[in-house]
Ligand binder design. Sequence first.
Ligand SMILES: [Zn+2]
Length: 92
Amino acid sequence: MINHTCFKCKRRFELDPVFVGFELSKLNKKKPSYYQAVCPACRAINKVSVSQMQAELDSVADEIQAMMADYEKKKAEAKVEAQAEREAKSEK
Ligand SMILES: [Zn+2]
């Protein structure tokens, strides 16, 4: 787990590196420099530097990749479903 202290309320909270990596992958940026974490206590957006978390992210790279593959698959399925729905509607 990645420990982070909120810049605003100084509360410490944990970030799941798999989730962070997944969110970063979804940004579609080659090299995101920070992750925007929302503080669970005060909802402030904390910019957490990616380089600071790199070791943690690298250690779960496989899990991140699996999660991303699953996400892409679901996204593709949803697209097919939406397409089928549109076609079903136009047939009426
Ligand atoms: Zn806070």
